[in-house]
Design a protein around this ligand. Structure first.
Ligand code: ADP
Ligand code: MG
Ligand code: MG
Length: 209
């Protein structure tokens, strides 16, 4: 079972990972966007970690909900509302229970990912964060169904997210700023897919710590 302390550790670890990887994310965004993805997420997740340090929310759902709202209010770029919606909807789906099971978390992340797809209107293969998020959630659901333990399930989700992010390289972007480049977006990894993979890498690390 996953408690609010786990989700708190995860969001703080994401802030640290995003801070470490901000230059790489911005570099990816400089090739097919406006070179701000790393700084956008750094600002957003730093605010999340700061707010939760001051007053850690009481349930897993509340931790993710407040993190999502913080991202929406602090990140101006497309990724703020999109990641904000992911966490807010995932948190909402978790409800108010003090502990959540792996199947419940997988189902909640599915709801969060569906909300991202609805908000941004992107489909799989459009070269967005969804190309990492969707395979990760698929892997998480499959692992939960096979009753794997949490750490193994998160490793499977991480591997799927990382493969999904790398698989965006040959794709042509159909959503977001990168789509303005048309064919010239081909040959570059999508920055949002790379940061989504980072989210799942951090999840796996948090379960192992
Ligand atoms: P901005 O593009 O506004 O500068 P960021 O650079 O922070 O915002 O985020 C860009 C990332 O957001 C993209 O790499 C992509 O993964 C994601 N993104 C952009 N538009 C969409 C969309 N409509 N649906 C899903 N993801 C999107
Ligand atoms: Mg950008
Ligand atoms: Mg921008």
């Amino acid at each position: 079972m996953l408690d609010s302390a786990f989700f708190h550790r995860w969001t703080v670890a994401v802030a640290a990972a995003v801070d470490r990887e901000a230059d790489r994310l911005t570099e990816l965004d400089s090739a097919i966007g406006d070179a701000d993805h790393g700084s956008n997420l750094r600002r957003g997740f730093a605010a999340v970690a700061r707010a939760q340090g001051e007053e850690p929310p009481g349930s897993p759902g509340a931790v993710l909900g407040s993190a999502g709202r913080k991202l929406i209010s602090t990140v101006g770029g497309a990724s703020g509302p999109l990641y904000g919606t992911l966490l807010r909807r995932t948190g909402k789906a978790l409800g108010e229970s003090a502990e959540v099971s792996l199947p419940a978390f997988a189902a909640a992340l599915r709801a969060g990912t569906d909300a991202v797809a609805q908000l941004g209107g992107a489909a799989p293969g459009d070269k967005t964060m969804l190309d990492a998020l969707l395979p990760a959630v698929d892997a998480l659901e499959a692992a939960a169904e096979q009753q794997e333990d949490v750490a193994a399930a998160f490793r499977a989700a991480r591997d799927a997210a990382e493969s999904g992010a790398l698989a965006t390289v040959p794709l042509r972007a159909h959503k977001g700023r990168a789509s303005y480049l048309g064919e010239r977006s081909v040959g570059h990894q999508d920055p949002g897919a790379a940061s989504a993979a980072l989210l799942f890498r951090t999840l796996a690390e948090t379960a192992e710590a």
